[in-house]
Structures are given as C-alpha cells and as structure tokens.
Design a protein around this ligand. Structure first.
Ligand code: AVJ
Length: 327
C-alpha cells in the first residue's frame, strides 16, 4: 500500500517516540488520539459507533443517506478522497451515489491504520468492481500529496467529526492542507458534530457498557506493545467531560495512585494519584465556528446541511476564489 509522503516504519516509530516523549513531559500530560487506532482500537471505535449513546454516527449516516444522491448529482465528481476513512461504512452512500451519477470511478481512502485500510479496500473492491480503489496510509494532519494524478473534479471528504480531534490551530492547519490540495472545481465535504445539551454530549463519551473506557485505555496497550512500556491498565481510569467554554469533550486517563511507568527510550514517567493524561479532545461546532475555520483556510461554505434537531452538520465548501458554478 502507498503511504502519504512515503514514510517508513522507522520514521513512524520515531514520530511515536517523539509524540510520547513530548506529550508525557507536559504539565498536562497528553497523547495524540491517532494512536488509539491499532486493530483493536479500530474495532472498539466501530463498536462505539453502534452504541445507543453515541448519536454522532447515526446522525451523520441519516444525513448521508438523504443527501448523497442530490450532492453527487450536483457535483458530479470524478473522484472521492476520504480523510480518516476507517471502515468506510457510511462512505457507501457517497460511493453508491457517485457510481449512480456516472461521473466518478476512483475512491482514495486515507487512514493511519494500514491493516484496517487494507481490509476495507479489499471489501470495497468486491462490492464496487467498476470503481478504482487506491488506499493511502498516512497521517491526515500532514500535507496531502496526491499530486496531479487525482482526476478532477474531486470531492475531499472529512467525515465523522474527526475535525473535532484538532484544536483550532491544528484544525486550521489541516484545512489549509486540504485547500492546498484542492483545484478549482474540487469540493470539501465536512461532517461535524454540533453544540447541543452538554448532558447528551457527555453521555456519548461515557457509555453504560464501558466500550469508550476500553477504547481510551487501549492507547496504553499500544504504547506497551510498540515501545515496550509497562503501563498497568488497572491503575488508570477513563474520564470524559464537556468543557462548556471551549465547546469540546476532553477525554482523560486518570492515574488511580502515585506510580512510575517505565517507557524504554523515553524514560520513567511519574504520575501522582489523580493526575491524568489527556488522550483526546472532541470539538463541537456551530455555523459560525465552522465558517471561521473554513475562512482561515481560504474556503467558504456553499451548503450547510443539518437534521431538524441540529444534531450534526454536513458542510460543502469550496476555495474562496473558485468561480466554478456547481453548488
Ligand atoms: C472519531 C474523533 C470523531 O471524537 O467522537 C469516540 C472518537 N472518542 N468516542 C469522537 C471517539 C470517544 C470520535 N471521533
């Protein structure tokens, strides 16, 4: 499988070491959420998307079910690129509609989880024999180097509210990378979770079956395996809360007591009882905050699609200077 910017396993390992060393030496210890997604983590996330409390996936799926047809009929893309594709489950609505519109024959799923991506690609090749499937392994936060090989016009989709994992500066950087990869006529399709009753949001990240807790703890398993660390998972607890001022969920792993964790090549990391590692933020948006993010990347929203209860939004955006008439 091709990887974005062709980074080797050794380079990825170096990056993990750096992220862990830097992240765990901050006053508020931190780990990037992309390390959740090894095989087990990807499966746990899949399980999360089916939980009764986790409304995001269902809300987005309902919107894609209704709107993929009209969007593809209007945009007539030659290719669909998907950032953070995962199992590409909801993508089928877009793929079905693109095939039906008869405009496009290429799907480029991009994800950090090579194993998961491979299986997804194999399944899709079976289901869509007329479609070219060209997966790319890589970090979606890096510049998107697909060069001129991508047929035009393309839709670059970033679904699942994964944008929420990035702080405003990181989100702007990511959207600027998207804008840099876009040509006139290309469109950006963003799925974003909207601000709502904080109790509903908090429930989505504190499910009654403890799947989210398992998902959260899994990042420690990844560090144990990849770095030979000796995190004792029974001495960390899942915690997730909504920050009303910053409009975001914060997910933490809280140390149950004073402890020292050994991480070869990084060093010993001390935890006080009650001290936490922040493992994820999940930002929630409204029309204005999305417009601000887009305009910082020289994009503008052409369409704002939401459900009656304003649970979730699909946003179609284009380059600021794009005069292409399609909606
Ligand atoms: C995949 C980043 C959108 O933030 O809701 C789900 C990940 N974390 N439950 C989210 C997640 C805990 C999810 N995203």
């Amino acid at each position: 499988m091709t990887s974005i910017a062709g980074r080797s396993d050794a380079e990825l390992h170096t990056e993990l070491l750096r992220d862990v060393a830097c992240g765990l030496s901050r006053p508020q210890k931190e780990l990037p959420p992309k390390y959740f997604y090894d095989r087990r983590g990807s499966e746990l996330f899949d399980e999360i998307t089916r939980l009764p409390e986790y409304y995001l996936t269902r809300a987005e799926r309902a919107l894609l079910d209704c709107w993929s047809g009209p969007l593809m009929a209007a945009l007539r893309p030659a290719a669909l690129v998907e950032l953070g594709a995962g199992s590409a489950d909801k993508t089928r609505f877009l793929l079905d509609a693109m095939v039906y519109a008869g405009s496009g024959a290429l799907y480029v799923p991009i994800d950090v989880s090579a194993e998961f991506l491979d299986e997804t690609a194999a399944r899709l090749r079976d289901e869509y024999p007329t479609l070219g499937i060209e997966p790319l392994v890589g970090d979606i936060a890096a510049p998107l180097g697909f060069g001129s090989a991508l047929p035009a016009p393309a839709i670059i989709a970033f679904l699942g509210s994964t944008i929420g994992n990035f702080d405003p500066a990181g989100a702007s950087r990511l959207l600027r990378n998207v804008a840099d990869a876009m040509r006139p006529g290309d469109r950006f399709l963003l799925g974003a979770d909207l601000r709502k009753d904080p109790r509903l949001i908090e429930r989505a990240y504190n499910d009654s079956q403890g799947v989210t807790a398992e998902f959260n703890l899994n990042v420690l398993r990844v560090l144990n395996r990849e770095l030979g660390a000796d995190f004792d998972l029974s001495r960390f607890e899942h915690r997730a809360f909504y920050d009303r001022a910053l409009h975001r969920i914060e997910m933490h792993l809280v140390s149950t007591d004073d402890q020292v964790v050994r991480i070869p090549s990084v060093g010993n990391v001390r935890f006080a009882g009650g001290e936490s590692i922040r493992t994820e933020i999940s930002g929630k948006y409204d029309r204005e905050s999305i417009a601000r993010l887009l305009s910082a990347a020289n994009m503008r929203a052409d369409r704002w699609i939401t459900d009656a209860a304003s649970t979730y939004a699909l946003v179609v955006a284009s380059l600021d200077h794009d005069v292409d008439p399609r909606s």
